[in-house]
Design a protein around this ligand. Structure first.
Ligand SMILES: Cc1ncc(COP(=O)(O)O)c(C=O)c1O
Length: 423
């Protein structure tokens, strides 16, 4: 199978110099239309190049005196610095490499001080619903971003009735929904958390690929992201945030690399501080380097231009879907609420898995179908879509089309034409 660069289809800050491939061009296969970026984005040229350059040097990290190992250790720690800078890490933050967002949020869940109450919304991805301890508070899905802030404010006021010096409270929210693409008012939610002496973690798995995310600007305590959704396969994610809870907690993975000293007695262990405490075992060098390379390329790109291009495609896609008979879109907020390039919808009277299969088989289009690892939200939105549209023949699962770097108007039109042909 030939693997090739999908021709750049979106504006960049400056055209790449002749002979220099665009670092944000993405790899793909001719003829295949990938409209499933929200699941896993394709590999950016920057990530592929960084990995190819390092591969001859591939050796241990933090474990060898040889030149290869030294270079790999340096590359790994430089990647940490680059990723931290990209997301606005503060002086007292740790940048811990993980497998993905799920891993990052599970790590934070393990590092919570005893007695911490976690407050989430029922619209979260499972990765931000399931890791939290018993006794967590799950707020109902709000009908607007403003309602989300009001609901959080009220819940925190209730939890803090005895004063802000009580047991810790952590708010855990998504920055953009993987079901609807709708953006959540993270900065306002962070302000509400601050007012009540709570901390906040943001699941930026879906926002980071579409818009700049800066923990200092947003004034959030922790951030979780996945490299594979950010054009950097090779399996690295990140938990970034306040050092104190992370340094006080037992290691997420006990083992080599997470220790300062291990004595002969069974429990004679001094654990490392810093990110190493939670990165036991040999780290994923290539994943970290790939992610850092994409962060560098995105930092140099014109994100406003990328955003404007994606929004044009998104509008075309949503307008096109709305014009098709029997298509009903899923949404939590008002139709014009800000969102990233993700649309979930159903075709009344059609099984979503069959439609996804048809799109792949007959048109070479990849979309996602199902409940998108956000079962409570997806089921609720399907019920609301049925009530709003007055249709009693909506399927029990949905379809999702998601855009990203390399998505073109032709991709969108091909999907719309394929759906229109399904009559
Ligand atoms: C909003 C959101 N959070 C968390 C995750 C989990 O990401 P990962 O599977 O990379 O751990 C996803 C994945 O789809 C997501 O969309």
């Amino acid at each position: 199978m030939t693997v090739t660069l999908v021709p750049p289809a979106r504006p960049t800050a400056a055209a790449p110099a002749p002979g220099c491939p665009d670092p944000l061009g993405v790899l793909g296969v001719p003829g295949q239309v990938n409209l499933d970026h929200a699941a896993s984005a394709p590999c950016a040229r920057a990530a592929a190049d960084a990995v190819a350059e390092l591969l001859p040097w591939y050796a241990s990290v933090h474990r060898g005196a040889g030149a290869l190992s030294q270079r790999c250790t340096l590359a790994y720690e430089r990647a940490r610095q680059t990723v931290g800078d990209f997301f606005g890490a503060r002086a007292d933050d740790h940048v811990v490499f993980t497998r993905n967002t799920t891993d990052a949020l599970n790590l934070l869940a393990r590092a919570l001080p005893a007695g911490t109450t976690v407050v989430t919304f029922a619209g979260e991805h499972h990765a931000n619903l399931l890791p939290w301890p018993r006794g967590s508070v799950r707020l109902p899905v709000p009908e607007s971003p403003a309602a989300a802030v009001r609901s959080l404010d009220a819940a925190l006021a209730e939890l803090r009735r005895g004063g802000v010096s009580g047991p810790p409270v952590l708010v855990a929210v998504t920055a953009a929904s993987n079901v609807t693409g709708e953006r959540w008012p993270v900065a306002e939610l962070a302000r509400a958390a601050r007012r009540h002496g709570a901390r906040i973690v943001v699941d930026a798995a879906q926002l980071a690929p579409h818009a700049p995310v800066d923990v200092a600007d947003l004034d959030v305590d922790y951030l979780a992201v996945s490299g594979h959704k950010l054009y950097a396969p090779f399996g690295a994610g990140v938990l970034l945030g306040r050092a104190d809870w992370l340094d006080d907690a037992l290691p997420y993975l006990a083992g080599g690399g997470a220790t300062g000293h291990v004595g002969a007695a069974t429990h004679d262990v001094r654990w490392a501080t810093g990110p190493a405490r939670h990165e036991g075992g040999t780290p994923n060098l290539l994943g970290a380097v790939a992610l850092a390379a994409v962060c560098t390329a995105l930092a140099e790109a014109d994100r406003d231009a990328l955003h404007a291009h994606e929004q044009r495609l998104l509008t075309r896609l949503r307008d096109g879907l709305a014009a098709l008979p029997d298509v009903v879109e899923l949404r939590t907020f008002a139709p014009d609420a800000p969102r990233v390039g993700i649309v979930s919808f159903v075709l009344a009277g059609r099984d979503s898995a069959e439609v996804a299969g048809y799109l792949a088989r007959e048109h070479g289009i990849g979309v996602r179908d199902g409940l998108f690892c956000a079962h409570p939200l997806a089921r609720r939105l399907l019920a609301e879509a049925a009530a709003r549209s007055g249709r009693d023949d909506l399927p029990p699962t949905a379809l999702r089309a998601s855009l990203g770097l390399g998505s073109t108007q032709a991709d969108v039109d091909r999907l719309l034409a394929a759906l229109a042909a399904l009559r």
